[in-house]
Design a binder for this molecule. Structure first.
Ligand code: SAM
Ligand code: SF4
Length: 345
């Protein structure tokens, strides 16, 4: 198979920009390149996960083709995620292909979210291929807790990955899921650790996605309450930065660093949502918190030309729901049946 070569022209961009039925412009695509992962974070996966057969997962060529059609439709930013994107065989080949859209100016940014376990090995290549920044997930500075939360992960390996990324010239943002029982007391130290090293840090409320082994209710930590607590001893200044997603940012005067809050459970910023998600099986989800889905793999594998794919994508985006419907009070029962690792966080 040959890689898909289309590079969108300015004319095609104007003609076909993606807008949903409520008039929201969609210009950000998250692509889950695999459902597999070398960790088993307790809030994300069950201990024993059954992963997808290879035939169900889009090939690198298929991923490139669909992503390139999205770029033709005006998507300006792509984030690769998973599962763990750096465990996908051939990930650098995919990144290299997608980077032609950076070179042509059709894409503003190509980036990824990683658990960092393989970042030390990949950082140099990622920087060489045009990535400017990466998000690395790290919920604690305590090696034992890290091992427990990830069911076996090695914190030192992740921190070496963060250092390698920084040495390669990549900006690093740390993502941490706020967990009432596990890391709540440690969050100020985590923020200080990140800011001392020049990294931003974003806190995420746990979202009820997929069956896991724990009850999420008693792990849920409201970031609204946490923010109030931080503001009792730090000076938080709201930043106007809005990436079209659920994150809101402040600068902490005392640390000089940026702190983000992703609060899908206590706030809903869906009216400005600019993003859609493509799973590794080629399913388009236009909302992380709803079951809506468009099967692009079936269209692709039926021998679709670009016009067919564009029709399918535009049809799915047109139906993008007004907003999510997450509720934490369902205990361990998920609001959305699919795991975060399948949809791509
Ligand atoms: N494996 C990569 C990683 O961990 O960064 C990328 C995929 S992971 C699904 C993306 C992000 O989703 C991570 O920051 C992770 O902490 C977060 N995440 C996973 N499950 C979640 C959940 N149930 N609620 C909130 N965030 C979750
Ligand atoms: Fe893997 Fe990321 Fe999910 Fe953790 S959060 S299990 S690292 S996909």
């Amino acid at each position: 198979m040959t890689p898909y070569d289309a590079t969108p022209t300015q004319e095609s961009l104007r003609a076909t920009a993606l807008t949903d039925g409520l008039g929201r412009r969609v210009n950000y695509l998250r692509v889950s390149v695999t459902d597999r992962c070398d960790l088993r974070c307790v809030y994300c996966m069950a201990e024993h996960m059954r992963f997808l057969p290879k035939a169900e997962v889009l090939t690198l060529e298929e991923l490139d083709r669909v992503a390139s059609v999205f770029i033709g439709l005006g998507v300006r930013k792509i984030r690769l995620t998973g599962g763990e994107p750096l465990v996908r065989k051939g990930i650098l080949t995919l990144i290299e292909r997608l980077s032609r859209h950076l070179a042509s100016g059709a894409l503003d940014e190509l980036t990824l979210t990683t658990n960092g376990t393989r970042l030390a090995a990949f950082a140099g290549d990622l920087a060489r291929l045009g990535l400017r920044r990466v998000n690395v997930s790290m919920d604690t500075l305590d090696a034992d807790l890290f091992r427990r939360l990830t069911r076996g992960g090695d914190l030192a390996q992740v921190q070496a990955g963060i250092e390698a990324a920084q040495a390669a010239g990549l900006a690093v943002k740390i993502n941490a899921v706020a967990l009432a029982r596990d890391n709540a007391a440690e969050i100020p130290a985590l923020i200080r650790w990140a800011h001392e090293r020049g990294h931003g840090l974003t806190l995420i409320e746990t979202m009820p996605m997929g069956e896991i082994d724990e009850d999420r209710t008693d792990q849920f930590l409201s970031l609204t309450a946490l923010r109030q607590e931080l503001a009792s001893y730090w000076t938080l200044r709201d930043l106007p930065l809005n990436t079209g997603g659920p994150a809101r940012y402040v600068e902490i005067a005392e640390t000089g660093g940026r702190l983000g809050f992703i609060t899908p459970m206590t706030h809903n910023f869906c009216e400005g949502c600019n993003r859609v998600r493509l799973t590794c099986t080629g399913t388009l989800h236009t909302c992380l918190g709803q079951e809506d889905a468009t099967d692009l793999r079936a269209v692709l594998r039926a021998g679709a030309d670009d016009a067919d794919l564009i029709r399918a994508i535009a049809g799915g985006v047109d139906l993008k729901p007004r907003g999510h419907d997450f509720r934490i009070d369902r205990g361990s029962a998920p609001s959305v049946a699919r795991h975060m690792s399948t949809t791509g966080g």
